[in-house]
Design a protein around this ligand. Structure first.
Ligand SMILES: C[S@@+](CC[C@H](N)C(=O)[O-])C[C@H]1O[C@@H](n2cnc3c(N)ncnc32)[C@H](O)[C@@H]1O
Length: 427
């Protein structure tokens, strides 16, 4: 099927059915043979998610009445067409004819003229995209702008701008295979430009590369993981022979890093989602690591664990993922304002329960890929107020006087992330 039709279908799945793009896109990419076409399909879908309000406005202004019901797929196709005209170097005539052909293939023969007409108008008029409201200017829903203004009164615009940049590719050197310097040398020998990041195993590539081009990737020499996420294992600092819980483990990036840092730990990796837990197993296998995998609820450990309390717990909690919008721009449209309070309540429940399963003297690292204080510093502040046996660490890189370490998107090229390290008093 025509690539634009596949793009419209993927966009439809996200916007009309609430499916995440990381699920919807591969479903459509299956229909394409060449890597180049798959990459173009991804570019169109990700681009649409980044610029959605402006594209919607432009299309809305060109239609005499909105397309509803079954015709929504044609609306999404118009959005894909409009994106090509404004944001790609595809010649306008090719973008329009391919998009019109997609309309035919989607079995809306009767609307081919409309698609042609609207896109030709847009091409002819050459109007700039509207920036009449903050939502249009920043391509971000009003509720999220409001929350970001409250959280970052001085730099909310920067936070949003960095959330729309194309993210760099980070690698985590597998220190069980070679030192970071050795892997940097292997990359250089393969003509891949890269440098060391701040955390001990992090490597930042000058430009993204297909993993098949990375030396020894399939043998486990390195993994793809953002620089911010790589701080988790380092901050938890696992020690030989300890019993450690990764309470929300899938797809397993941080579990694997913990084992690379301390192969002699006993790691219990738990996730609520059985399908995602399979990915933990695959990641462990590629790196020749082992952990005990459990499909279970981190808010009900008693139901699946009969062993000792844990020396250390990593709680990489389910969250709004507002720190990783640059990697997953569909988050802007899948999340709703009320989700934040619901997520904060879930995080609180999991945090309180995990605390019960931490040994006195043990350490719990709370992490999210959120940039909203309700899920981060307010969460930890409230936890400290109700938990007399908890002591909060000051992390070396956190802002003076802050509660935990809030990383904002783009800071040192990293994703937005949050860390708070808690110690349990010995009684
Ligand atoms: C942020 S992701 C974890 C990422 C993972 N730590 C990594 O580095 O690859 C959050 C995970 O929490 C899981 N989750 C959500 N609620 C849970 C619960 N009550 N118990 C266990 N896992 C849960 C989700 O399925 C999701 O895989």
């Amino acid at each position: 099927m025509n690539l634009r039709a596949l793009a419209a279908r993927a966009v439809f799945e996200v916007l009309e059915k609430g499916v995440s793009l990381s699920v919807a896109l591969p479903e459509q990419q299956k229909h394409l043979a060449s890597g180049k076409d798959k990459a173009l399909l991804a570019e169109l879908c990700y681009g649409v998610m980044r610029h959605l309000p402006q594209l919607e406005k432009r299309i809305g202004d060109c239609l005499s009445k909105p397309l509803k019901g079954k015709q929504r797929i044609v609306h999404q196709l118009l959005i894909v067409g409009c994106y090509q005209l404004y944001f790609t170097r595809i010649p306008g005539h090719a973008a329009i004819s391919e998009t019109a052909e997609a309309c035919r293939q989607l079995k809306f023969e009767g609307m081919v003229k409309v698609v042609n007409g609207v896109l030709r108008n847009i091409q002819r008029q050459e109007l700039p995209l509207s920036t009449d409201s903050d939502t249009l200017k920043y391509n971000t829903p009003a509720w999220l702008i409001k929350r970001l203004k409250e959280a970052y009164p001085e730099n909310w615009q920067q936070v949003i701008i960095h959330s729309h940049e194309r993210p760099p590719m980070w690698l985590r050197n597998n220190r069980l295979s070679q030192t970071r310097d050795e892997y940097l040398a292997r990359l250089q020998a393969a003509d891949i430009d890269a440098g060391a990041g701040e955390s001990p195993d992090a490597i930042l590539l000058a430009s993204p590369k297909d993993v098949s081009l990375l030396p020894g990737f399939h043998l486990g020499a390195a993994s793809v993981q953002d620089g911010a996420a790589q701080w988790a294992a380092t901050l938890l600092a696992p020690q030989a022979n300890e019993l450690i819980l990764d309470a929300c483990a899938a797809p397993g990036g941080k579990s694997c890093h913990l084992l690379e840092l301390a192969p002699d730990i006993k790691l219990v990796a738990v996730d609520f989602d059985a399908k995602r837990l399979e990915r933990v197993q695959q990641n462990l296998e590629r790196l020749s690591l082992t952990a005990e995998l459990i499909h279970g609820d981190a808010a009900n450990i008693d139901s699946w664990w009969r062993g000792d309390k844990f020396d250390r717990i990593l709680l990489d909690a389910p969250c709004s993922a507002t720190g990783v919008i640059r990697r997953h721009p569909d988050i802007k449209w899948l999340r709703k304002s009320q989700d934040i309070e619901e997520l904060a309540a879930l995080q609180q429940q999991i945090l309180d329960h995990c605390w019960q399963w931490l040994k006195p003297g043990g350490t719990l690292l709370y992490a999210t890929c959120s940039i909203l204080p309700q899920e981060n510093k307010q969460q930890i502040q409230a936890f400290m107020a109700r938990t007399p046996d908890a002591k909060l660490d000051t992390l070396a890189r956190q802002a003076p006087g802050d509660i935990g370490w809030q990383i904002v998107p783009g800071q040192e090229n990293m994703d937005g992330f949050y860390y708070a390290r808690l110690h349990k008093a010995t009684l």
